[in-house]
Design a protein around this ligand. Structure first.
Ligand SMILES: [Zn+2]
Ligand SMILES: [Zn+2]
Length: 301
């Protein structure tokens, strides 16, 4: 699983910097998480083909999280996309997209599957053989979801010499890696545990933007390999964070620590700050393993 940061900023982008968007490559599927103004430029700059995006997750209807969506949907049609695109979004964004398509009289070249999120609890919204996506409510000034993307248990690795020593026909090797016992050439049952070893670990990534800190959030992000949590404000501006239902460095660090996550990625910085080292310094007083969002940064989860 790999995360590429497309935008690091909060509501007001700066020269060369963009509002919040990430793209996740999970088991060779591309999931775009929030869709900032200029997202198409950022995708191209990072050499990610627009056609590869299969799923878009929109956390909420504040413009810094979806202003790039209409442009992207339109471009994909101009590029004659023919495979389905699935977008999970709140009802407000659903209505805006529908209105745009109606008023622009645009007939898309592909199926746009707009799925409305209106859950008040954590729910599963997507599943395939390789990964799942869950949505969970955040605490912001309008209806907002966070997302949890989890890889499914990976195949085990065959220990070839042991398989050969056990006289197993190679047509059964794949079954063994999928945790199935097989019968060998002598008619003896072979337990997959005896001839395979643990495969790559299934990884999990959680995304929390935008939100005030609240204790119930901990359960939704517990133990993930990488947590993205917004840090719009430094701790000296806690009053502004409280007023606008955003997080400070201390809030994000507390969430990461209490959630026992492995690493924390911070972003959605207010345009009032210029020195992002302050964010790292403040977070590190509580949670050491912190990464700062920067346009184009790639993080192996
Ligand atoms: Zn925002
Ligand atoms: Zn917001």
């Amino acid at each position: 699983m790999k995360v590429t940061v497309l935008g690091s900023q909060g509501a007001i982008p700066k020269v060369g910097l963009f509002s919040t968007s990430l793209i996740l490559n999970v088991c060779n599927s591309y999931v775009l998480i929030d869709c900032c103004e200029g997202v198409q430029h950022q995708l191209r700059k990072n050499k990610i083909k627009l056609s590869k995006i299969e799923i878009i997750l929109i956390s909420h209807a504040h413009g810094d999280h979806y202003f790039g969506l209409i442009g992207l949907i339109s471009t994909l049609s101009l590029l004659k996309r023919d495979k389905k695109l699935t977008v999970f979004c709140p009802l407000s964004v659903f209505k805006i997209i529908q209105a745009h398509l109606k008023f622009s009289k645009m007939n898309l070249s592909y199926e746009l599957d707009l799925k409305v999120l209106n859950n008040n609890n954590k729910i599963n919204i997507f599943n395939n053989n390789h990964f799942s996506i869950e949505a969970f409510p955040l605490k912001h000034s309008i209806y907002t979801n966070g997302f949890l993307i989890k890889e499914k248990e990976k195949k085990r690795k065959l220990i070839l010499q042991k398989a050969l020593d056990n006289n197993i026909d190679k047509i059964y090797f794949n079954k063994l890696t999928k945790r199935e016992n097989v019968i060998n050439n002598n008619g003896i049952k072979i337990n997959y545990l005896d001839v395979t070893k643990e495969g790559d670990k299934a990884k999990a990534f959680a995304y929390c933007s935008d939100t005030a800190y609240f204790d119930e959030l901990i359960n939704n992000i517990k133990g993930v390999d990488l947590l993205y949590c917004e840090t719009t404000f430094l701790k000296k501006d806690k009053d502004k964070a409280t007023l606008t239902l955003h997080s400070t460095t201390i809030d994000a660090a507390t969430l990461a620590k209490k959630g026992n996550v492995k690493r924390l990625l911070i972003g959605h910085f207010s345009s009032r700050y210029d020195d992002y080292n302050d964010f790292i310094t403040e977070v590190a007083t509580i949670f050491k393993n912190v990464i700062i969002s920067e346009e184009g940064k790639k993080i192996e989860v």
